[in-house]
Design a protein. Structure first.
Length: 406
């Protein structure tokens, strides 16, 4: 352990105050992971310090400097990570909370460092803001969830800053891409009860039942979900409605909560296409979501409303800041991205290029845009990778694309 060098003065009744302990110091070997940490923990401000270097530099520094409250170390540069972590423990104060980053995906390695060495959490590379926000940030903030508290699939909400920005297109194609990249089970929910377009984009017809589920929660169970959802593939199901314009749907908070809970039990990911503005009951989904996407266009009114939405979502308790997605970037007469960033409370997280011809043809034919446009698919690869933590070769053709072309 590091020894306190403070000494009593000549009178024996005064001591030099111990230096204030930093909140978080991270030792990371690569620039990409360091950038992800900074973005995921931007709310810490000056409380986060990121040093370039791995556990060997951490051991050297901690032997002479104040131990932070939370120490994040990258063990990628260690020949034997277990030995290195033991060496680190010898130079740190005993109450430090240690989080580890590395290359290994071996379950036994995770078990060894978490159960055997007292490490609180481990993430393998590549890091994503989503995983850092989900696993590291709660520990840093002292709100680590109890074991088993958040069992079930992950909810991803996609909302447009205003109508026509392409949020439904992104939600539908994100669901498809998550299936392909993760091989998991995905549910896509179109919460535009009277004017949804997700079903049309898939070349399908909306079924009855979503409004009933939201208004009459007692009827929601596994059998009801099976009857209400429309299979897109063996791993993707769509729930959408097409209620008459003259009707007045009245969703309930209980109905929304029960539907989401049932879908989480059956799916690895639940992608929700959200209306803007949303009914108060439907708006409750934001509080349940693990990842929130705000989609906008490079136009002044869209930028304004995207900023307003981000402020609203970021203010929700115990949630991570939403991801900003700039759709149709680089379109003719569009505001440049650097000026868009200047007008927002945070920089754009993802850009999707303007691909008007392919997108229009895909929508009219009922074909997913990821099948029609390589440029759009490349953007979805990055977005799905950020959400799932699964990266794939952009040139790979997945089973889903073959399935939907049959």
């Amino acid at each position: 352990m590091r020894r306190d060098t403070a000494r009593a003065d000549a009178g024996g009744d005064q001591r030099t105050p111990a230096p204030a302990r930093p909140l978080v110091i991270a030792y990371i070997t690569d620039a990409e992971s360091a950038d992800v940490l900074r973005l995921a923990m931007e709310g810490l401000g000056d409380g986060l310090t990121v040093e370039r270097g791995g556990i060997r530099k951490a051991i050297k520094d901690m032997a002479h400097e104040a131990t932070p409250q939370v120490l994040i170390v990258d063990v990628s540069d260690a020949d034997d990570p277990l030995v290195a972590l033991n060496d680190l423990a010898n130079v740190c104060e005993r109450d430090v909370r240690v989080l580890v980053v590395g290359e290994s995906r071996d379950v036994s390695f995770y078990r060894d460092i978490v159960r055997g060495l007292g490490v609180l959490e481990y993430l393998s590379k590549p890091l994503t803001r989503n995983n850092v926000g989900r696993y590291f940030l709660p520990i840093v903030q002292g709100r680590s969830p109890a074991a088993g508290e958040d069992i079930g699939g992950r909810i991803i909400t996609v909302c447009g800053a205003r109508g026509g920005v392409g949020a439904t297109t992104i939600a539908a194609n994100l669901a498809i891409q998550l299936v392909e990249q993760t091989r998991g089970y995905v549910s896509l929910i179109d919460m535009h009860l009277q004017s949804g377009a997700a079903a049309i984009m898939m070349g399908l017809k909306a079924s009855a039942g979503l409004r009933i589920a939201l208004e009459e929660p007692d009827r929601v169970d596994a059998l009801f979900i099976d009857r209400t959802s429309v299979p897109v593939s063996d791993r993707l199901r769509l729930i959408a409605a097409e209620e008459p314009f003259e009707s007045t749907p009245r969703p309930t908070t209980e109905g929304v909560t029960r539907l989401m809970a049932e879908l989480r039990r059956r799916s690895n990911y639940v992608v929700v296409d959200m209306p803007t503005p949303a009914d108060p009951a439907i708006r409750a989904i934001y509080g349940l979501a693990h990842t929130r996407l705000v989609v906008m266009n490079p136009e002044i009114v869209s930028i304004r409303d995207a900023g307003r939405l981000r402020v609203m979502l970021a203010a929700m308790p115990d949630t991570n800041p939403p991801l900003l997605v700039l759709n149709r970037a680089g379109s003719r007469h569009a505001i440049p991205t650097n000026l868009v960033n200047n007008a927002l409370p945070a920089k754009v997280d993802f850009e999707i290029p303007d691909i008007p011809n392919d997108m229009i043809v895909a929508a009219n034919l009922g074909i997913p845009a990821v099948k029609r446009s390589r440029a759009f698919r490349a953007s979805m690869l990055g977005l799905a990778g950020e959400i799932s933590g699964v990266r794939v070769d952009k040139a790979r053709t997945g089973w889903f694309r073959r399935a939907i072309s049959r």
